[in-house]
Design a protein around this ligand. Sequence first.
Ligand SMILES: [Zn+2]
Length: 274
Amino acid sequence: MSKVILVLIDGLGYEEAKAAAGYLEHLAEWELAAKYRVEGELPSLSRPMYETLLTGLPASEHGIATNLFTRPSRCENLFSLVKNTGLTGAAAAYHWISELYQRGVPREPRLERYQFDSPGLIRHGIFYAADNYPDLCLYNDADYLRRTYHPDFLLVHPSGCDYHGHLYGRGSREYRTAAAGSFDRLSALLSVWQEDGYDVVVTADHGMDELGVHAGNLPEQREVPLYILSKKVECGDFTDSMVSPLQTAPLCCALLGISPAAGMRPLTLRMKEN
Ligand SMILES: [Zn+2]
């Protein structure tokens, strides 16, 4: 059993990661990390894809069809599996994550902001409501949770790429700079997290198009990266074929050493034999 940090970079398309994630690309090139190309599920919207990544289910099964559905998740998810196994979950994330997984917590950003020793599915959380919350602050929030509570599963969810992508579009200096800045902050933490015993998974919910829109079926809206830093996986560049984001939840279960939920698909990513 080991600990897992899942980094969900909001709005980061596959090509943008390739252009901005120099250190993770280096680790994959030197076969110190695994790199996959993910054909995102649809719709390429945040809230449905948060639920897809955390439950391993497509939108037609988990039912979160749009960003307008503010009800809590009704499905087994990584936070419920972690809690039910007696492990500790934590999140530094946009407040929609609190809305999805923290039953009993008032849906008001003021009250959702800090949640420590919470009765919800996420034991410890720091949630932001401003779309332009700086990635630097978010990574620092996440690392505070790691250092203070030593969670078994930690979701890290920066939104700087999505914010700048909406304002300026794919192909803009601002979007590219936001992605590079986010990866810069992340790269500074990777070795610290690994030395503390964490496997690290880095992916995104959706990409962005030139007009600053994501919702539909364009490759730039739905294709995202997946990097895995773990001794349990085969390392290298496996981007010659697409993989599904439905793999993210069972991957995290395998890394954590817990059983996946009944609806999760079989894991097809390249794992090392025990
Ligand atoms: Zn967005």
